[in-house]
Design a protein around this ligand. Structure first.
Ligand code: ADP
Ligand code: MG
Length: 694
């Protein structure tokens, strides 16, 4: 991403949140004009109270932002904490405390763990880079993705760049609905003009946004301009100013849309355009009323083309505010379909309903009563919004190290929630008994200790309720690391590891000697019954050499020719959980490294498994970066022809097709980076990743 000259960014984990980045720093090499816009909430957080009184400024250098703790409603101590953070940051950067500003987001009413922030400063500063992604990540709270935007324009023959980062995603309300955003630019502009450009940008961007009508204590938007692009400074509100101002507005609108689309629990972005109102202000207020209506939002979630609610919400607002508009004269369009034009329009509800399943929903109302128009953004209201927020505060606990964490033990939830969860789970248990399920264990789930533990807990729980799991593990990063340690290097062709004769010893050593035993030990700590076997034991996996495309020699890489089914049956019948390392034995007596995805598929087909689950490092099969939830074997085969499936996903997809043709009913690809993802998959209706059926 293009960033303005002279700015650097950093984001690290300071320990305010249990295990995610939570501290960001944005710095300019030289002093900046700076401006800010802040929440209208009277219960302002301490960093807001501090920054508000010192902006606009002519010599700002840095902004430090933390997530995980809002430092709001913390009394005079909160302000002391802000001062300490500013002083320590300034000292570490070698600048004056007056040049530093701060912002915070997270839980309200807890003292800030200042020590954690100050100890993280050296690391934070060392990591400063001209790339905003890490800082955009560190300011996230319930956001599910980072939000950045950039614009460039020419001013006085010089290219000027503006870049912004921001975070949502709940407590987003009409009066400055942003949470936190920082826009930096290398434009030379007077501080008061920067402030007025920022104020103008607010109107159509963050102030036109609503996720939940709840106004935050910490909303803050900062702009910093260091003049490094060497444009003739903007000193008056002439044409350069208006061009700069529109670029800033556009950038803020892009960020605002991102916040709406990623609202808490949101599944859809909802855009409302109002035209034909007497003034722009009335249009904006009406648009926000529609975007913020719970009934409208719930309908959007359900893909219900219930346009009556849209006009009703606008009419209610017009009535209560006394706006001279007449809903009976309006035209309403939903997803480009005219649903009302002075009277209901006949349309095919099935086709409109399918248009409503889109991730972006647009409603347009033309009141035919004047030139005023405005656009507002919001999102749908999903079950998850309530879930996220019903639990938020009761589940925030102080951790022993002074940070805050989420206490999500089941005992914290309401009895109704627990009962419905258990009823749902028990109904699955009844279906599982005696069923066989092969799980390919790969990716990060194999590396991170906490994920390993949750995976093993899941497997033993599944076993104890009667499911018969069989695990096939990969080797992934550990093989690569060991090979490199021994002076070799890893090479992959279409997701298959090239394995020469000396590599195969390392592969066996890591797979069978280290990973397999490690996994078996962990599983047995969770309650026993796991048995580690290599494909060579009991000649479980007979293999033959394969070559790559165009006859390329891959070394000792093989494919399964036969699975010793009787051997597995024996283990399963005696109640063991087989843990298989994907090494096969050839007719030539050689060991073959076999892709674990393929082994999982062959084993699943051989023992008549009803399910095959691939645990990996992505949410599922992605198309243009978006998760594909359901696929048939035929659709998947088509995907393989295209360009979207590459690398490690290729052998997975081929294996899935093999498993389905071998009689496996359902194959799932799920995200192993999510704790307890296997249970989440098996015990819920909708599942999580990609489901492929025959
Ligand atoms: P594993 O340890 O689970 O076998 P791999 O790295 O071998 O992990 O395979 C998964 C990788 O496949 C993903 O991390 C991703 O980089 C890559 N990949 C390629 N195409 C796709 C796609 N269309 N959808 C998802 N992942 C894909
Ligand atoms: Mg792989």
């Amino acid at each position: 991403m293009k960033v303005p000259v002279g700015f650097t960014f950093s984001g690290v984990h300071a320990g305010i949140k249990p295990n995610r980045r939570d501290l960001a720093l944005i710095c300019s090499d030289t002093p900046c004009a700076a401006a800010g816009c802040f929440t209208a909430n009277k219960a302002k957080a301490a960093p807001v109270l501090d920054a508000e009184q010192r902006l606009p400024s002519t010599d700002a250098r840095a902004i430090i932002i933390n997530s995980g703790n809002a430092n709001a409603l913390t009394g005079p101590a909160g302000l002391d904490d802000v001062r300490t953070i500013l002083e320590q940051t300034a000292q570490a950067l070698g600048i004056s405390p007056g040049a530093v500003f701060s912002a915070s987001t997270g839980v309200i009413g807890h003292r800030m763990p200042v020590g954690k922030i100050t100890s993280a400063l050296p690391n934070l500063i060392v990591n400063l880079r001209p790339e905003p992604e890490a800082s955009a990540e560190a300011i996230m709270t319930t956001d599910t993705r980072i939000k950045t935007a950039t614009r460039s324009l020419q001013i006085g023959g010089q290219e000027v760049t503006l870049s912004g980062i921001c975070k949502g995603s709940g407590m987003i309300a009409p009066e400055l609905a942003t949470m936190i955003a920082v826009v930096v630019t290398d434009c030379a502009i007077q501080p008061s003009l920067l402030a007025s450009a920022l104020q103008q940008a607010m109107v159509t961007s963050f102030n036109s946004l609503t996720v939940d009508n709840d106004m935050s204590t910490n909303d803050a938007v900062f702009a910093m301009a260091n003049g490094r692009s060497k444009n003739p400074p903007i000193l008056d509100p002439g044409s350069d100013f208006s061009r700069f101002s529109s670029a800033l507005t556009e950038l803020c609108c892009e960020l605002a849309r991102e916040i709406a689309a990623d609202g808490e629990g949101a599944t859809k972005l909802f855009e409302v355009r109002v035209a034909g109102a007497p003034t722009d202000e009335m249009a904006r207020d009406l648009a926000k009323a529609v975007a913020g209506s719970n009934l409208v939002k719930a309908a959007i979630f359900g893909a219900d083309p219930n346009w009556g609610r849209i006009l009703a919400a606008a009419g209610a607002r017009a009535g209560s505010r006394g706006y001279p508009v007449d809903p009976f004269q309006a035209r309403v369009r939903l997803q480009d379909v005219t649903v009302f034009d002075r009277q209901p329009m006949v349309d095919d509800p099935t086709s409109l309903r399918s248009k409503m399943r889109s991730p972006e929903i647009r409603a347009e109302i033309d009141f035919r009563a004047g030139p005023g128009h405005a656009t507002s953004w919001g999102c749908d209201l999903s079950y998850d919004y309530v879930k996220i927020n019903a639990d938020y505060s009761s589940l925030i606990v102080q951790t022993p190290e002074g940070g805050v964490g989420k206490d999500d033990r089941l005992s914290n939830y309401s009895p109704t929630f627990k009962a419905s969860l258990l009823v749902e789970a028990l109904s699955y248990i009844a279906k599982f008994s005696g069923k066989r399920c092969v799980i390919k264990y790969g990716g990060a789930a194999m590396v991170k200790d906490s994920l390993k533990k949750s995976f093993c807990e899941d497997i033993m729980l599944l076993w104890s309720v009667g499911l018969r799991p069989i695990i096939v593990h990969g080797g992934g990063p550990e093989i690569t690391a060991t090979l490199e340690k021994l002076g070799g290097k890893a090479e992959f062709v279409d997701g298959i590891r090239i394995t020469n004769a000396s590599d195969v010893k390392v592969v066996e050593m890591v797979l069978t000697g280290a990973i397999n035993t490690g996994l078996v030990t962990l599983l047995n700590q969770e309650g026993g019954h796991a048995v580690g076997i290599s494909g060579k034991d009991g000649a479980l996996l007979r293999a033959r050499k394969i070559t790559g495309e165009g006859g390329r020699d891959l070394g000792q890489v093989g494919e399964v020719t036969r699975v010793n089914r009787e051997f597995l049956e024996m283990l399963l019948n005696q109640g063991y959980v087989p843990v298989i390392s994907p090494v096969g034995i050839g007719e030539d007596g050689l060991s073959y490294n076999i892709n674990a995805d393929a082994v999982a598929a062959e084993v699943a087909a051989a023992i008549g498994a009803s399910k095959l689950i691939y645990l990996t490092d992505v949410p599922g099969i992605l198309r243009h970066g978006e998760l594909v939830s359901d696929l048939t074997a035929k659709q998947l085969a088509n995907e393989l022809e295209g360009t979207e499936i590459s690398g490690g996903m290729k052998p997975k997809v081929k294996s899935i097709l093999r498993a389905l043709s071998g009689g496996v009913e359902r194959v799932h690809i799920i995200d192993g980076r999510v704790p307890h993802t296997v249970i989440g998959e098996l015990f819920t209706d909708r599942g999580v990743g990609t489901l492929i059926t025959g």
